[in-house]
Each structure stands twice: as C-alpha cells, then as structure tokens.
Design a protein around this ligand. Structure first.
Ligand SMILES: Nc1ncnc2c1ncn2[C@@H]1O[C@H](COP(=O)(O)OP(=O)(O)O)[C@@H](O)[C@H]1O
Ligand SMILES: [Mg+2]
Length: 269
C-alpha cells in the first residue's frame, strides 16, 4: 500500500496476525503533569478471532480501541494492521490516510450507538459506503444487512423511533456495510438492559464469526470474556495478563446460556 507496507509470511496452518501493537502508549498532560493512561502495550491479535479487552472502568480499554482504529494518536509506539497481505503502519499515516484506511478495513460499534439522528435507518447504514464510493450501491447492501439484523421493516424510521437494542442493531449493520476485516466494539451492550444486551451480543458474534471477521471487544463483563478466543486484561493502563482459550473452554452453547442468564431474555429486543 505504501513504502512502509511489507509482506507478511505465515505458516499455512496458523491464522495470520491481523493487528500488531508495538510499545503502544498514551499519556495526557493535565495541569502540567504527565498522566499515563496506557503503558507500552505489546501484543498481537490473530485474524478471524474474537478478542476481549477486559478491565474495569478507567482501565484504558476505550483508549486502546481508539488507538487501534486510528481515531486517536498514541504518545508512543506503533500500530500495524494487515491489509491484503501487507502490514501497514497505521501510526505512520496522516489523519486523512487513517480515515481512508478505516473506511476500507475497520468497522466500529460504540456503546452509545452514534447514529446520525437526521438520517433514516437505511441512510445511516449506507453512509460509510456512499462516503467511500460516492454512489448509491450501498443502499442495496444496507437493506440486506438490515434484514439480517431483523430491521428490514424499519428502513425509513429515524433512530429516535427505535429502542436502544434496535439502534445498536443498526450500528452493527453500519459497522459491517463495507465488509471490513476488523470489527471494534466498545462496550456494545453497556447501555442496554441484560436481555437486550445478550441478544445484541449474540447477533454481533454470529455475524462476525459467519463472515470470518476479527472482533476486538472492550468489556468489563467477565461472562462475555468467557466466550472469546483470547482475553487481554487491562488494569490502570497496564496490560497485566492475557490468555488464549481452548475451544472446549469456551461456552459456546448459545450466548444466553453461556452468560448464565435466562435463555428467554436472549431473544428480547
Ligand atoms: N482526554 C483525556 N484527558 C485526560 N485523561 C483522559 C482522557 N481520556 C481518557 N482519559 C483517562 O484515561 C483513563 C482510561 O480511560 P478509558 O480508556 O476511557 O477507560 P475505559 O474505557 O477502560 O473505561 C481514565 O483514567 C480516563 O480518565
Ligand atoms: Mg470505555
């Protein structure tokens, strides 16, 4: 893609690395004092996996996701993301280049949905494709995705007519519209009641798994982490541990049951 991109060789039986973080750190200057909120994180995430960033409020999860997406700039260190077989250093790109990279490769689901209130459901979902290609081909794919998230009959509604769970379904469709390799989700169920949250989580996991996406999700919910392929634990800006979960250790018998919650609630809106 650019001069910094390089080929990434892999053994055929191991999933290739999609994201690599090299001594990634973030600090803020507050009243003349340096406040470090993320301390030299080194780690790699494999393609096609569901990865959980687990930690209490204030531990640095959103900061880390915003650095991986290129929305925010680190104080030190580098982010590499593979694009079509080449590793691209996201942190070496300027803001416009990072925006274009995101439009090609990254979908984001936020805790508070971040839908545009003046656009309909269909327009919200189609927007990323239309920004990227300036044509209306996004509408057909948006309709298809909205059908898949169970909102095929709400295309012309405005976001404020939808429940929280429905708004997050729209946001999931929007995050998938440009078929990104990487999905980032920042506490996507954090603003939903338990039953609605479980249903949204189930949908997000199904759609990302079926499409072979890599999903990196920030959460403070240890039950959700129990479903992940790998869990990275953050504490006050430090990546203190990580573990890879064997398939047998993951509770994959359905999100509602896996979370130890009433199965009926996992289909609620
Ligand atoms: N713009 C900012 N200026 C100063 N401190 C910030 C800023 N943004 C986040 N922080 C601090 O960084 C730390 C980590 O925040 P965050 O990444 O949002 O944590 P989490 O998502 O795990 O709740 C917190 O202590 C927060 O107060
Ligand atoms: Mg956060």
């Amino acid at each position: 893609m650019n001069s910094r991109a390089r080929k990434n060789g892999h053994a055929s039986d191991t999933p290739p690395l999609l994201v690599r973080l090299d001594a990634l750190g973030k600090s803020y200057n507050e009243a003349g004092e340096e406040k470090c909120v993320l301390e030299a994180v080194d780690c790699s995430f494999a393609a096609g996996q569901f990865i959980c960033l687990l930690g209490k409020s204030g531990s640095g999860k959103s900061t880390l996701l915003n650095l991986i997406s290129g929305i925010d700039r680190p104080s030190g260190g580098r982010v590499f993301i593979r694009e079509q077989g080449c590793e691209v250093e996201l942190t070496a790109l300027n803001e416009h280049q990072r925006t274009l990279f995101r439009r090609r490769n990254i979908g984001i689901v936020f805790q508070f949905f971040n839908l545009i209130p003046t656009l309909t459901v269909l327009e919200n979902v189609a927007l990323p494709v239309e920004l990227a290609s300036r044509d209306r081909k996004g509408h057909r794919r948006a309709e298809d995705l909205l059908e898949r998230v169970g909102l095929g009959d709400r295309l012309d509604s405005f976001p404020d007519r939808l429940s929280g769970g429905e708004q997050q379904r729209v946001a999931i469709a929007r995050a998938l519209i440009h078929d990104p390799v990487l999905l980032l989700a920042d506490e996507p169920t954090g603003n939903l009641d338990e039953g609605t949250g479980d249903a949204v989580l189930k949908l997000l996991l199904e759609l990302s798994r079926n499409a072979g996406k890599t999903l990196i999700m920030a959460t403070h919910d240890e039950d959700i982490a129990g479903l992940a392929d790998a869990v990275y634990f953050l504490e006050r800006g430090y990546l203190v541990s990580h573990h890879v979960q064997a398939p047998s250790a993951k509770r994959e018998s359905g999100v509602g049951r896996a979370l130890g919650r009433d199965a009926k609630t996992a289909t609620a809106q």
